[in-house]
Ligand binder design. Structure first.
Ligand code: DGJ
Length: 723
């Protein structure tokens, strides 16, 4: 039984073969967090004695020392002096809540969340714990799902106004966990446009620390994820406690270390600029949070998140399938293309074994630069005289699939859509509009806007008979105000936007179940489990430089599997930073994601096209292993001049190891690279050299990486177990 309830001890024990999560009702009323970590049979220690230095018996409720107790749903105002998970402004203006146990239910499976993406869980079991504040009638349902095969607990909260007066939610987080095991360091993924998800580890100090976004998107700057552990945690050793969120909007991930060294880790919708009215009878559903425990360091944590994503979050035809090798015309032509140029590129792509031709920005309206036409999803007949259908027919005629770029959430002031509906964008009436990349954001909280997007995108997809969509989003939100909401509800806009986005994505992706969708947000500005639920891959970054990509993809792999990371070979010198790297290195790095090209193939010399043809054959042969194998980070680009990672097949009979040097250094010996995840008892043959090594040897002594001759040299090894 994954969830055991002991009425006698008032203990809920969520468990699988490896982990336990234990909640205890103290004084019969308050859900106290008693334990989370390695599987135990039970916890007998008295939490009151441990945390408050007092016996449980003899306490009256109002004397409970909430300030020192680890809690499941803390609320500020009744004795706990730390920031809590929930803040509800009641009719009298106060916000204290005394949330006490009301009832509970243990369910087979895992209910989906209405209007929000969430992990599937047919084999999971779910505890729903109901708490209630008698004074206001505010009730909460805390849900916890435990899986048999992954060490992740999925949590969410639903708040219900069972009272007689309206109340206003000012904070409704998805999960809170009070950790007592002297957690010493925090790892997050922080960055910027073209430098997304850089690994940052810092010591925990008393007070608040964490990551957040206030941008209306999960953002380039921060990823909704954080991991805590002791300072001795490594990639492969030590206990890690990580939180992540299935949400694509502004979020808050915070750790507060109190005077007793208890670390309160919380994650959820960003409370800043958020409020939500609940009339009597209304409820509010928070997004889903994932709590991951790993006894095997950060690599172990990542593999749990990868399994969560691959087995339970990504959906549809491509969730577990090979992905078509694509060429995207963006860095090949930018806006300067016509049908002939595109067909020339497509023919060349077909000739080297590419499967999918993607037409990026600039095919609609009169968009010759980035200052017009977003919202007008009509074919630009100057560039495409035969329209999308004419082009698509010819691309299909070449034996390629056809893909198309959209940026459906945006509107250009220079567009027919804007001229017809100037109020459809997010703006404050009477104030100047603040454009970014010459564009404004459509107000997805409005039904008519959502309907327009669904219809316009669907029509273009049908017209173009498309097999793939790149769904882009190139700016964050400001001047927050919706004409569709009254003044008391303006702080609902951010979340209503995301709910509107999810409604659109659900409609479009289910209308086109055979289409492969890739999300994008100016590169990796919305790389989160929420988007992965609708689209199984996301463009990792606008930075296509192979050396920078090592860092971006290495950081991204902390949480997300290889199969989600759009990664392309682009031209040299690189368009974002002018660096030149060898073709083999660009390809080796792109094989760490969903593989493609983003360059003008027609300009490459024959030798490079021949090399690309060979590379494509290799990628196709290795794709199942590269995309869906167990992934191990071996050598961090954040710690030195080298990056290494590997994928191992489930049966541990095959592996691909990639090693990339940075700028070459003179007088260096070849490097020994210890591998991971192999079978110590097996012998492995390096396919290229024919050399045979023991699995034990490879994981202890290591594989010899040749010395670098020249900058940014990559080496790849394909190891196959010998019978
Ligand atoms: C940003 C994306 O990340 C790029 O790949 C490209 O699609 C441009 N937008 C087009 O405007």
């Amino acid at each position: 039984m994954p969830i055991l309830y002991s009425p006698e001890n008032q203990v809920f024990h969520l468990q699988n073969d490896r982990i336990s999560y234990i909640i205890r009702l103290v004084a019969g009323k308050y859900p106290i967090h008693q334990y989370w970590g390695k599987k135990v049979r039970a916890i007998h220690a008295d939490v009151m004695e441990r945390c408050c230095n007092q016996q449980e018996e003899g306490f009256t409720l109002h004397e409970l020392p909430l300030d020192t107790l680890p809690q499941e749903c803390p609320v500020f105002g009744c004795g706990d002096m730390r920031q809590g998970m929930l803040e509800v402004r009641q009719a009298d203006g106060s916000s204290a809540l005394d949330l006490c146990y009301d009832s509970h239910e243990i369910l087979k499976g895992k209910p989906a969340l209405k209007g929000l993406p969430s992990a599937r869980g047919e084999e999971a079991e779910t505890l729903v714990l109901r708490l209630r504040d008698e004074h206001s009638g505010v009730a909460v349902e805390l849900s916890y799902s435990v899986y048999p095969d992954i060490d992740v607990i999925a949590r969410n909260m639903r708040v219900v106004n069972d009272g007689e007066q309206p109340v206003v939610l000012e904070r409704a987080l998805s999960a809170c966990v009070d950790l007592e095991n002297t957690h010493a360091q925090l790892t997050t993924l922080s960055g910027a446009w073209a430098r997304e998800r850089q690994i940052v580890t810092r010591p925990l100090v008393p007070g608040h620390q964490g990551v957040e976004s206030v941008r209306g998107a999960s953002s380039h700057q921060a990823c909704p994820f954080m991991a805590l552990g002791k300072s001795t945690v490594t990639e492969d050793e030590g206990e890690v406690y990580a939180l992540s969120l299935c949400y694509s909007g502004s979020f808050w991930a915070d750790v507060f270390v109190d005077c007793n060294d208890m670390a309160r880790a919380q994650i959820g919708i960003q409370p800043f600029q958020f409020s939500w009215e609940l009339k009597p009878g209304d409820s509010f559903q928070t997004p889903e949070a994932y709590l991951c425990y790993s006894a095997n360091g950060l690599n172990g944590m990542s593999r749990e998140f990868h399994h969560l994503c691959g087995r339970y979050i990504t959906r549809g035809k491509y969730a577990h399938a090979s992905r078509p090798l694509l060429v995207n015309n963006w860095e090949a032509t930018y806006f300067d293309f016509n049908e002939d140029k595109l067909l020339e590129l497509a023919a060349c792509a077909k000739d080297v074994g590419i499967d999918l031709f993607v037409l990026d920005d600039g095919w609609f309206g009169h968009r010759d630069v980035d200052n017009s036409s977003l919202g007008d999803w009509v074919d630009d007949r100057r560039k495409l005289p035969n329209g999308l259908r004419g082009l698509s027919d010819k691309i299909h005629g070449l034996g390629l699939k056809f893909g198309l770029w959209f940026e459906p959430e945006m509107i250009s002031p220079d567009s027919d859509l804007y001229r017809a509906h100037p109020d459809w964008c997010i703006h404050i009436p009477g104030r100047m509009q603040v454009e970014s990349r010459h564009q404004l954001v459509l107000d997805l909280s409005r039904k008519e806007v959502r309907e327009y997007i669904i219809d316009a995108v669907s029509a273009a997809m049908e017209r173009g008979n498309v097999d793939y969509v790149k769904w882009d989003m190139n700016r964050n939100m400001n001047m927050l105000h919706s004409d569709g909401l009254d003044s008391a509800h303006q702080k609902e806009l951010n979340h209503r936007y995301i709910l509107g986005l999810y409604e659109i994505l659900e409609a479009v992706t289910s209308r086109f179940p055979d289409v492969l969708f890739e999300s994008c947000a100016g590169g990796g500005g919305r790389f989160d489990f929420g988007m992965m639920y609708y689209m199984p891959q996301a463009w990792c970054s606008d930075d296509t430089d192979a050396f920078m990509r090592c860092r971006i993809q290495y950081g991204t792999s902390m949480v997300f599997p290889v199969s989600t990371m759009g990664a392309h070979v682009s031209a040299v010198p690189n368009h974002q930073m002018g660096r030149s790297t060898p073709l083999a290195t660009r390809a080796a790095v792109a094989m760490g994601g969903t593989y493609g090209y983003e360059l003008d193939l027609t300009r490459l010399p024959k030798e490079e096209l021949d090399e690309i043809r060979r590379l494509n054959e290799k990628v196709k042969a290795l794709q199942p292993l590269l995309l869906y194998g167990e992934f191990y980070r071996l050598c961090s680009p954040f710690e030195g001049n080298k990056t290494a990672f590997m994928s191992v097949s489930e049966d541990r009979c095959e592996a691909v190891v990639t090693h990339v040097y940075g700028p070459a250094e003179p007088n260096r010996q070849p490097v020994l690279l210890p591998l991971r995840g192999l079978d110590a008892e097996k012998e492995y043959r390096d396919v290229e050299s024919g050399r045979v090594y023991g699995g034990d040897e490879l994981m202890t002594h290591g594989l010899t990486i040749p010395r670098a001759w020249g900058d940014y040299m990559a080496t790849q090894f394909h190891l196959v177990a010998v019978d």
